[in-house]
Design a binder for this molecule. Structure first.
Ligand SMILES: NC(=O)c1ccc[n+]([C@@H]2O[C@H](COP(=O)([O-])OP(=O)(O)OC[C@H]3O[C@@H](n4cnc5c(N)ncnc54)[C@H](O)[C@@H]3O)[C@@H](O)[C@H]2O)c1
Length: 246
């Protein structure tokens, strides 16, 4: 489905990003795995892709730093000479009630989740514009759609990603670049492992399908949005949440 296309996945060394990287590779794409902390985990994903017969590259860069992102885009272009798919997946949480939330904790989440998505879309988008082709998929969250007590910074960042997605879709459409967002609900990863059993149970009750999502559920939708099958879809936010938000 994606034979020889070049895909960049930010925060691709674990969780949802890892599942996306593996699934894109399975569909034939060459995958660039961006990461910030664990060289070992990034290398593991790269070798999993190579074992499948695919081509992968790892690249350490903080998506919230413009200079790093600019160099990252140049490095990908130098290696592959093109970029077809960008998945803005890197994200963090720093939860707390607004009354106790420190300014730094608010800003850090906005910087990585929202500014990081903006910077990668800008610098990789520039290469897509020249090629007059591209697919950008931003990982938002249902929390960005409905809000969540204790996650004002995260909800604001993910709601920002939705506004950014729609604006980018309008700016890039004439260059044949589709920009969409995926809004996952509760997906079982390291990020959600940190939640208390009580919070997990309250989430479970709010999911009509009655089960948590898996990283592969998100990856399936990302593959769809990365392929020509979804050519007529742009500027959309697709909830992937077992029916939590309707
Ligand atoms: N797990 C869920 O239930 C859920 C639900 C909705 C949305 N999401 C979103 O999905 C994405 C992936 O989440 P996950 O659950 O796999 O979490 P995760 O913590 O396992 O993965 C996040 C990845 O982002 C990377 N990252 C963090 N800061 C970075 C930076 N500055 N530059 C580059 N990479 C950076 C991390 O190293 C990590 O690999 C996030 O954007 C998250 O907000 C997750």
């Amino acid at each position: 489905m994606l034979k020889d296309q070049v895909a960049v996945v930010t925060g691709g060394s674990r969780g949802i990003g890892k599942a996306i990287a593996l699934m894109l590779a399975k569909e034939g794409a060459h995958v660039v795995i961006n990461y910030t902390s664990s060289d070992e985990k990034a290398k593991e994903v790269k070798s999993e892709i190579e074992i499948m017969g695919g081509k992968a590259m790892i690249y350490k860069a903080d998506v919230s730093n413009e200079k790093s992102v600019e160099e990252f885009a140049k490095a990908v272009y130098k290696e592959f000479g093109r970029i077809d798919i960008l998945v803005n997946n890197a994200g963090i949480t720093k939860d707390g009630l607004v009354m106790r939330m420190k300014e730094d904790d608010f800003m850090k989440v906005i910087e990585i989740n929202l500014k990081g998505t903006f910077l990668c879309s800008k610098h990789f988008g520039k290469l897509m514009m020249k090629a007059r082709y591209g697919k950008i998929i931003n990982i938002s969250s249902v929390v960005g759609v409905m809000g969540n007590a204790g996650q004002a910074n995260y909800a604001a960042s993910k709601a920002g990603v939705i506004g950014l997605t729609k604006s980018l879709a309008k700016e890039f459409a004439s260059r044949n670049i589709n920009v969409n967002a995926v809004a996952p609900g509760f997906i079982e990863t390291e990020m959600t492992k940190e939640l208390t059993e009580e919070v997990k149970e309250s989430y479970a009750k709010a999911i009509p399908l009655g089960v948590y999502g898996q990283p592969e559920d998100v990856a399936n939708l990302v593959v769809f949005l990365s392929s020509s099958v979804s050519n007529y879809i742009t500027g959309q936010v697709i909830n992937l949440d077992g029916g939590m938000v309707m």
